[in-house]
Design a protein around this ligand. Structure first.
Ligand SMILES: NC(=O)c1ccc[n+]([C@@H]2O[C@H](COP(=O)([O-])OP(=O)(O)OC[C@H]3O[C@@H](n4cnc5c(N)ncnc54)[C@H](O)[C@@H]3O)[C@@H](O)[C@H]2O)c1
Length: 332
């Protein structure tokens, strides 16, 4: 029996609500309650089909609810999550897991002590394009990986509760480590631009260095007038390269040109063949549904989800240090 309490039905919580309703109908979960302090919002989303409340403590007292999904403003993640764990519930919490490393460490410690699942919403680990690219990296299909880059650009009103590093950069810091199979990059450097609101950066440029000279770059911006909504990932390798447009859930682009050094009569020489770009279909899946399904599997099996609490803690640590010092270096 899996009973879920969704806390927070705002901009992003609406999408969680839609998926949980679907999963209830499909029998993936057995009970569902929505909660938001804004009654008109939660009532409308519940739509007469789902029970709702404006007090999350009602959910915590309910013995038929064994897990909560927290989609409230990020500074509330830890206080709400702590109450939920102390009430005996497993916790899914949107990213960033917390707004400070010290809270993230306390959160993880509490989950460990109480043997509860704590899963941060690192959504892009569940994007079907990323699933495919991870498979290809692990198979060695890229040959030698040279670099990865992401543009996550928009022209939209900046958030008021956090800047692009906690809101967007957290995705790349987590995802590049996941793809390359490491806990941390060897180093991260960051520059940011804060123009419109105090302490809310609207722009950031992130550079990560990994083993074997692999570089990762990312540009995160809410003030990009020529690229009103762009979110992508390119992985450049010696044997092939791949581009994922995150807005598309059913295809990736593969470039099969060879970009390497070969041995010739007069020693080694670089080869850059023309190659072609092919669009390759992948099974279409909504990343959020795959992510929430992984949470349900963890509740049932007690195994750590693909997006585990330790990755949530490390991502917050990297963002916090970059915002404080402009760089991050893992302690040995
Ligand atoms: N994974 C992603 O790609 C992604 C995308 C967008 C947002 N997010 C994350 O989702 C979270 C929410 O963001 P949002 O844009 O939906 O914010 P939002 O402000 O639109 O919604 C937050 C909701 O939480 C409710 N709320 C606040 N405190 C509450 C409490 N104590 N009990 C019950 N309800 C409460 C508010 O009334 C509001 O409806 C943030 O942490 C954000 O970083 C993740």
């Amino acid at each position: 029996m899996v009973g879920i309490g969704l806390i927070g039905t705002g901009y992003w919580g609406k999408n969680h609500a839609r998926n949980w309703k679907e999963m209830l109908k499909e029998g993936i979960i057995d009970r569902l309650i929505f909660c938001d302090i804004d009654e008109s919002r939660v009532k409308e989303l519940a739509g007469g089909e789902v029970e709702y409340t404006t007090d999350y403590k009602e959910i915590l007292k309910n013995p038929e609810i064994n897990a909560v999904d927290i989609v409230t403003p990020s500074h509330t993640h830890f206080p709400l999550g702590r109450d939920a764990i102390l009430a005996g519930k497993d916790v899914f919490v949107e990213k960033p897991m917390t707004m400070s490393t010290s809270e993230a460490k306390d959160f993880v410690k509490l989950a460990e002590e109480h043997k509860k699942i704590l899963m941060p919403g690192h959504l892009f680990r569940y994007h079907p394009g990323v699933t495919k690219v991870k498979e290809m990296i692990d198979n060695g299909d890229f040959g030698r990986i040279y670099y990865l880059y992401t543009n996550r650009l928009a022209y939209s009103a900046p958030r008021r509760d956090m800047g692009v590093m906690y809101a967007l950069g957290v995705h790349e810091l987590d995802l590049y480590c996941y793809l390359l199979g490491t806990n941390y990059p060897n180093m991260v450097k960051m520059t940011e631009g804060t123009f419109l609101q105090p302490k809310i950066e609207e722009f950031a440029s992130i550079l990560m260095g990994f083993d074997n000279k692999i570089s990762g770059y990312a540009t995160e911006s809410w003030i990009s007038p020529f690229d009103r909504k762009m979110r992508n990932l390119t992985v450049v390798g010696s044997k092939l390269s791949v581009k994922i447009d995150y807005m598309k859930h059913n295809e990736i682009e593969v470039f099969d040109g060879v970009i390497e050094t070969q041995e010739g009569d007069n020693g080694m020489y670089p080869v850059v063949s023309n190659g072609t770009v092919k669009t390759v279909s992948i099974p279409e899946k909504e990343p959020l549904k795959t992510e929430l399904t992984d949470f349900v599997n963890s509740i049932v099996t007690r195994k750590q989800p693909l997006s585990d609490m330790y990755s949530g803690m490390r991502a917050v640590e990297m963002v916090e240090e970059c915002l404080k010092y402009g760089f991050f270096k893992p302690s040995k």
